[in-house]
Design a protein around this ligand. Sequence first.
Ligand code: HAM
Length: 419
Amino acid sequence: MVQGVRGMRDLLPVQTPRWRAVETAAINLLSGYAYQEVQLPLLEYTALFARGVGEATDIVEKEMYSMSDRDGDSLSLRPEGTASCVRVLNENGLLYNQTQKVFYTGPMFRYEKPQRGRYRQFYQVGAEVFGFAGPDVDAELVAVCAELWQYLGVADHVRLEINTLGDQGARRAYREALVEFLTPLAQRLDEDSQRRLQTNPLRILDSKDENTQALLVGAPELADFVDEQARAHFDGLCATLDALGIEYVHNPRLVRGLDYYTHTVFEWITDQLGAQGTICGGGRYDGLVERLGGKATPAAGFAIGTDRVDLLVEAVHQAAPEAAADVYICMAGAVDTSQALVAAARLRTALPGRKVRSHMGGGALKKQLKRADAGQARVAVILGETELAAGEWTIKHLADGEQQTLAVAAALEQIRTYF
Ligand code: HAM
């Protein structure tokens, strides 16, 4: 049999309900904050990511799925949404002299080493805001995430790390100072960091290698290169987070892996998922719109790793698989499936949001009730010939086995009380 491509996610029916619930919760929340949805294409010109995310980043250097199309143009499957989002809004005239708050969802592709929580096709819910220069919008982005963790019941298992990178000038100056400090130590750095010293030295700060971390003791600190204005922006963010009661840790080594960030960067991290503990990352990227050919526009955003949040919800709640149906319709005697489908339609109207399933494939009533139980239904509706003729249903509350025959309207009322 032909196998799936390594690292591409197969999401099975038992996994999708919780996974979808995470995505839906994020979408509902963002909609409540007046963010509007954009749909971004899966394929873009490779140059968009090279220029947007940065030539020297891991993503562009070694993780993109790139190909030539029939015209010989180099295209890449999107490894992230921000660069694409900027392109779409700019190309459609939605950035010039306006503010925008948008979100997107869907798969991203990175050729990383697959493991639990790290896939080559993974899913994000991303949010981006344009035209807001102040730290209040940075705080709002963080607050949306905080509210999502509350809603999903995982708030006690995540922490927020924040940092400021200052403006592009500060980053450049800091980069030079760091290279100067590390060059004499180059031979003792881990292999990845040796390479990064030439290409992307700030990423060395993120190294997981203990030796490298020890060598970084005494290295210049980014905070010393950040000017007054950037510090005021960061202080403003901290003050707003304090006012909102959102706890955070200032991690002066947090730099993030994409090149477009300026000023605020943040990550939400959990200890529940081992090495793949970052469930959301984001920050401000005031220079990106211009770098991609638009007019200078302040911007910020984040992306949630839907798959990782889903794993976190699973770890925290050790959730039983979701019920296959809330209400299960069984047929007794000569009642056929079409009558069950009519009853199902009434139930769906009366119980919006509940899952109603009609038994298919015949068999004894006992077997049908077993199926209802196995699917963790709360109620079985039993359709019998005599009852249907009298406009009645028999309903069985499966938790205690209580069974009653009622007129359809009364049965619907009774079923409602079970939820
Ligand atoms: P990122 O940090 O590369 O940022 O990705 C955001 C989140 O996507 C990560 O925190 C993680 O939860 C998830 N993620 C990344 N790679 C994988 C993977 N291989 N498997 C599973 N999950 C993964 C961005 O993508 C930026 N575009 C975020 C942003 C938006 N910044 C500003 N606006």
